[in-house]
Design a protein around this ligand. Structure first.
Ligand code: PLP
Length: 429
């Protein structure tokens, strides 16, 4: 009846959706599923955000596409205080989720895209939707899946990308799917490569405040501010994914800002009015709100570290996490044993774990790895965030003294998932 345009007909249902459907089917049958596939921050909406949203429920008019000035001023102050990044409200565009900001930017920018592998699923699909030529930067386990200047250089040479032509480099740190991030000196080295090869950087820093070990996040914009567009929003550290408020911070360049705004004005018009007014509250930096973000981050850190240690103890290759709430473990050293069970790709591995061990994960292939790379993306958020936050705030010392006991108390399903993964892996030998 309806012929679909060839521009979207290539989009197939992702393995993510197929796995989620399988999870639901298993749950309907009454089976317990340990869901390490779904990556949504589980913490409650802070009461002050709820109050601000209620108080602005009467805001019904269309607002400027760029976002209201009072919110953009608040965001500018937030970035100055939290990251020592100074920008003016004119450099900020508020969008219905950072995903939209990223899509519009990819649409607006000329040049081919250099995309790390592994990287978050949506980048490659968005790039294809806007018909952008994409070159993968195949990072290695040994480099903690980080992009290096050498990798950039090799990719530029391999694809004979002309020096003078603008090229787009996408970076995401702390990373979904790896939980790794860049140090200040690594960012400085990447910034040198940015100038050398005429790149512009799309810097997805949505997990910036979920950084572990008390480390502060640094942005590549500190080193190449005129070449960097930062993406951020309220979805992760303030657990407000469904509120749909994201943003881009651009260099002082009217051409690109106006192009994105023109595109936004013809498509999504503006971010929802009550959400924009609420967000003024969410971008405040008083002690109470910053403590809320720190508490949630500490819980992410404790649970994700716990899972990483359990995996390492079970003989699974995995990096110590540095941020976000993901791990990217690797079963490549069990290739032969897994092949005997018919598991030859990361998708086979994810389905095998779901069908036989009731553990849901996502295959590395969804994140741009080759299908034969036996990696999985694990999210560490299958627990009740309200309960976890309450327990943590009642007894903060426990997390330092006995993190295992804390995780056992707040995240029994995550603990059980680790037991399952351990038993599965030890059975391979
Ligand atoms: C790396 C990364 N960037 C962007 C997003 C999307 O964020 P938003 O809710 O702001 O669209 C996600 C969400 O999963 C993500 O993991």
């Amino acid at each position: 009846m309806f012929d679909v345009s060839i521009n979207v007909a290539w989009m197939k249902r992702s393995a993510t959706l197929a796995i989620n459907e399988k999870v639901n089917a298993l749950k309907e049958k009454g089976e317990t599923v340990y869901h390490l596939g779904f990556g949504e921050s589980p913490f409650p909406v802070h009461p002050r955000f709820q109050k601000a949203l209620c108080e602005n429920a009467d805001k019904k008019s269309y607002l400027p596409t760029q976002g209201i000035l009072s919110l953009r001023k608040q965001i500018a102050s937030f970035f100055e205080i939290m990251f020592h990044l100074s920008c003016t409200p004119e450099q900020i565009i508020v969008t219905p989720g950072s995903k939209m900001a990223l899509f519009d930017t990819l649409m607006a920018l000329d040049g081919s895209l250099m995309l790390p592998s592994p990287a978050w699923v949506s980048y490659q699909h968005q790039a294809r939707l806007v018909q952008k030529e994409t070159h993968y930067l195949y990072t290695s386990f040994e480099d903690r899946y980080l992009v290096t200047p050498t990798l950039i250089e090799e990719t530029v040479e391999k694809y004979i990308l002309r020096k003078k032509e603008q090229k787009i480099l996408l970076l995401n740190y702390p990373s979904n799917p790896t939980g790794q991030t860049y140090s200040k000196s690594q960012l400085q080295a990447l910034a040198d490569a940015v100038y050398e090869h005429n790149l512009v950087v799309l810097s997805d820093e949505i997990y910036a405040l979920i950084t572990y070990n008390g480390n502060t996040h640094h942005s590549i914009a500190e080193f190449c501010p005129d070449r960097t567009i930062i993406f951020s929003g309220l979805s992760k550290d303030r657990s407000l994914g469904g509120f749909r408020l994201g943003l881009a911070i651009l260099p002082k360049n009217e051409t690109i800002i106006n192009s994105i705004l023109a595109f936004g004005s013809e498509t999504w018009s503006c971010t929802a009015a009550p959400i924009q007014y609420m967000a003024i509250e969410a971008y405040k930096t008083d002690d109470e709100l910053l403590q809320f973000i720190r508490d949630c981050t500490k819980i992410h850190e404790t649970v994700t570290n716990y899972v990483a240690h359990r995996l390492l103890k079970a003989g699974i290759r995995c990096h110590e996490p540095q941020g976000a709430f993901y791990l990217f473990p690797d079963w490549n050293s069990y290739r032969e044993e897994l092949a005997k069970k018919g598991v030859k790709t990361s998708e086979d591995l994810a389905f095998h774990l779901l069908n036989n061990w009731n553990v849901a994960t996502l295959p590395g292939s969804e994140f741009g790895r080759s299908t034969k790379d036996l990696t999985l993306r694990i999210a560490t958020v299958d627990y009740d965030g309200s309960f976890a936050l309450k327990k943590y705030q009642e007894n903060k010392d426990l997390v330092e003294k006995d993190p295992e006991q804390f995780v056992n108390g707040i995240a029994p399903k995550v603990v059980n998932a680790c037991n399952q993964l351990e038993e599965f892996t030890s059975g391979l030998l």
